[in-house]
Design a protein around this ligand. Structure first.
Ligand SMILES: [Zn+2]
Length: 164
């Protein structure tokens, strides 16, 4: 994806108030992020481990989604699968809940998804980060096809968050 500035990131959030977007913890190492290998920028707030964020470019415009992460990783012992990139981890997948944008969000509606706890889906898909033995189902898809599938899954997640 195209590198984003802190300002662009803060302006991109669809499901939190302007004040929250102004205060949320944007990574300090934006210049060092592997943008060429990212389908979305994702991070956890180091000061508030239950908060996570992802920013993805859709229709030529960055969309940011604020997430609440369940404190306990799902199935510490059991293997679970990320719903975005379909990587299987032992204890490395978190249930992340995004308040919906606008009025539905104010009424308490949210969208949940199981997502790689470190929000590094892009790197798992490209084989740049290893989720351990048996992390990938044997698939005949190419990396490009897996990237396409991941992007489609992220787009549909964001669409659910922004749906009225
Ligand atoms: Zn993932």
């Amino acid at each position: 994806m195209k590198p984003l500035t802190e300002q662009e990131i803060r302006a991109a959030f669809v499901n939190c108030t302007k004040g929250e977007a102004k205060r949320l913890a944007v990574p300090r190492d934006l210049a060092d992020r592997p943008w060429d290998d990212l389908d979305y920028l994702g991070w956890r707030d180091p000061q508030a481990p239950d908060r996570g964020y992802l920013v993805v470019e859709l229709d030529g415009r960055p969309h940011g989604v604020a997430l609440r992460c369940s404190s306990a990783a799902v199935g510490q012992q059991r293997r679970s699968m990320c719903s975005l990139c379909l990587t299987t981890h032992s204890g490395g997948v978190s249930l992340m809940v995004a308040p919906k944008a606008g009025k539905p969000g104010k009424q308490g509606n949210s969208v949940g998804a199981y997502i790689c706890g470190d929000l590094d889906c892009s790197l798992y898909v490209r084989g740049k980060k290893d989720a351990g033995v048996g992390a990938r189902l044997h698939e005949t898809l190419t990396v490009e096809e897996k990237i396409g599938r991941t992007v489609a899954n992220i787009a549909s997640f964001v669409a659910k968050v922004t749906a009225a």
